[in-house]
Write a protein that binds this ligand. Sequence first.
Ligand code: PEP
Length: 251
Amino acid sequence: MMRQLIIAGNWKMHKTVAEALSFVQELQSSGLDSRVEVVVCPAFTALAPVAEALKGSAIRLAAQNMHWEAQGAFTGEISPLMLKELGCKYVILGHSERRQYDGETDEKVNRKVKAALEHSLIPIICVGETLEQREAGKTAVTVETQTRAALSGLTTEQVAGLVFAYEPVWAIGTGKTASDQDAQQVNGLIREIIAGAYGAEAADAVRIQYGGSVKPANTRGLMSQPDIDGALVGGASLKVEDFAGIISEAQ
Ligand code: PEP
């Protein structure tokens, strides 16, 4: 199956509304290639204005997190219903920064994955090992545990529509990228786990990104790997020149 590449820019806690708008205006005028699905993930405050600015554009919108309940007494949280209303197509779930700083457990990630799907949002599920886990030879078991937990209770059809992002924690924001072969190995493992549990068709359909210090110079090698279907980009998604460079190298 030909999987469409998906390049998503996770802006994290960067960009005011004015900065976010100026970014998308510039990106749109930079002549994007429609073969790659391009996604921007602004902070919550910029989602609505960016959604408005992207009307009629092929660039898709994602949120960086959400609560699993549709509404309720959860001060400071944002629900899937609210994200859907704004026009989000995707939502990043289980990012390592949330796992590390905000107590995002595998169980919470799974609840959020189910809630996102119930509201027709596509989860971008982040999995990946820390440096300590890699050095202890626990990369595969860590990624397998996170992957299986995120998928718990889903149907084959739901699984087939997901996006995963393999993001080794030691490569995020550090300038250290996994080698093409290391990234391919883990992305291939995620696909194998899905094939084993849900069948070859679902595994073939799932898109699996790589994330961790992706930049224009390392994009081509990573994207040419058979099981890498795009990138989740942090730092290099903040400047139009870098992000557009990644999109064009990915083709
Ligand atoms: C990320 O946070 O998802 C990420 C991949 O960050 P960076 O590209 O900066 O390593």
